[in-house]
Design a protein around this ligand. Structure first.
Ligand SMILES: Nc1nc2c(ncn2[C@@H]2O[C@H](COP(=O)(O)OP(=O)(O)OP(=O)(O)O)[C@@H](O)[C@H]2O)c(=O)[nH]1
Ligand SMILES: [Mg+2]
Length: 421
């Protein structure tokens, strides 16, 4: 199976349904009262952290995700049905980012948790709601709020307490299989592991999540081997167990390799270099381990080294005891702060006035769009509200300041009218 840990999709909450305009009809009753129902609310756009998913592969095949629109209102005061929410399932550890602003909208790092990213648009009011003692038969109903589309980037960053790092074939996956119930692929060739594997390890009733990631080689930062993209999966580990093949079984020098891997980590991100490390000196069942171990300790006197053998499952008690001890001193896994999208109705705030060469004042911006969308030009009452809002929102006074005089043309979207001070 292909492992995908980044994807871009387009998401949208449902539009609010339009309010309805109608009048009560009954035999022998000449003119009934207004009975247009409200439009239904649009469906929310929701993300769900699914513990059974492990890749973002699905998102390579579908790009658009839109929640259902609210239904329009109907006669007889019947409210339109609300749109169904759209629940998008993502693997635990997925981060949802708004492409345009770069803001993190959701950090789905807790399994089985939901987060509403975009709220559905409000339904418009039916004409029944606009009846007042002085306007008993309003023909106006309000359109529903239209929601905007957002392009979001999904990025999977596994969540683990401890990450296993090291060169290919040093035994990272074998260690994961010894310490947890996970069954990663293990083989004598390099780059056996192509995507991170997680498992739960425990020691004396304490448990923690262990992540095994693909092997890293010198030059990974420049794309050698599998590159280093997968390193983002250990950015959110609390500590690292750096595995070295202390037997030097592949004619390599564990003393040199340790430094090379650390250089790659800091090249990827200074954050990684800061993560506390313990060293698991693996393959001590093979000859030459003792000699290399002595050299290693001499070269790195300040590094904590634990001789182990994944093949014979030896030496792990001491390593695990220390891991649990160190974890106790560390802060919890990094969670990102989530930003709410402004109302998510698609309307930005504010407006902007420009005077064109033809002398027409062009008024644009989110404030105007919202106003136009909720006004019915065929209805007198609706138009009066519209004029009141132009004054209340400061648009009229801004026009005046720009030099607009009686009779000047004003353009709002597709509408054009004369300025009357
Ligand atoms: N003798 C000996 N062999 C080991 C030990 N641990 C792992 N091996 C062998 O080393 C080879 C590589 O082991 P893996 O666990 O696949 O190594 P890895 O670090 O996960 O490798 P990549 O996924 O390719 O990065 C396999 O043939 C294992 O059987 C050990 O303690 N002693
Ligand atoms: Mg492996």
């Amino acid at each position: 199976m292909q492992f995908v840990d980044k994807a871009r999709i387009v998401v949208k909450a449902g539009n609010g349904g339009d309010g309805h305009a109608s009048f009560h009809r009954e035999k022998y009753v000449q003119m009934g009262g207004p009975d247009g129902g409200d439009g239904g609310r649009g469906g929310d756009l929701v993300f769900f952290a699914d513990p059974h998913m492990s890749t973002l592969l699905d998102f390579k095949f579908q790009r658009f995700y839109r929640a259902e629109n609210g239904e329009p209102g109907k006669p007889e005061l019947s409210t339109g049905k609300n749109g169904k929410p759209l629940v998008i399932r993502v693997p635990v550890g997925t981060i949802v980012r708004d492409v345009e602003s770069g803001a993190i909208l959701a950090d789905m790092s807790e399994g089985n948790k939901e987060r509403i990213i975009l709220r559905g648009g409000r339904g418009g009011k039916g004409n029944a709601k606009f009846a007042t003692p002085t306007h008993q038969a309003p023909r106006f109903s309000q359109p529903g709020i239209k929601t905007a589309e957002y392009e979001v980037e999904l990025e999977l960053k596994s969540i683990a307490d401890v990450g296993l790092v090291g060169l290919p074939s040093v035994g990272k996956s074998t260690i994961l299989s010894v310490l947890t119930a996970a069954k990663p692929k293990i083989a004598a060739y390099h780059f056996t592991t192509l995507s991170p594997n997680l498992g739960v390890a425990s020691r004396h009733n304490r448990s923690f999540v262990l992540a095994d990631i693909p092997g890293l080689i010198e030059g990974a930062a420049e794309g050698a081997g599998l590159g280093h993209d997968f390193l983002r999966h250990i950015e959110r580990t609390r500590m690292l167990v750096h595995v070295v093949d202390i037997s030097g079984s592949e004619m390599r020098d564990p003393v040199e390799d340790f430094q090379k891997i650390n250089d790659e980590l800091s090249k990827f991100s200074p954050l990684l270099a800061e993560i506390p490390q313990l060293v698991a000196a693996n393959k001590t069942d093979l000859p030459e381990s003792d000699e290399n171990l002595a050299r290693f300790k001499e070269a790195y006197p300040n590094v904590e080294v634990f001789p182990v053998s994944a093949a014979t499952a030896q030496g792990f008690e001491a390593l695990l005891d220390r891991v649990v001890q160190v974890l106790d001193t560390l802060p919890p896994v990094l969670r990102y702060e989530e930003t709410d999208l402004a109302e998510s109705t698609g309307y930005e705030s504010g407006f902007h006035i420009e005077r064109g060469d033809d002398g027409v004042f062009d008024v644009s911006g989110g404030e105007i769009e919202k106003l136009l969308d909720s006004t019915n030009p065929d209805d007198e009452l609706s138009m009066r509200r519209f004029q009141q809002l132009l004054i209340k929102n400061g648009i009229i006074s801004a026009l005046r300041e720009m030099g607009a005089k009686d009779g000047d043309s004003i353009r709002l979207g597709e509408w054009e009218f004369d300025f009357l001070d």
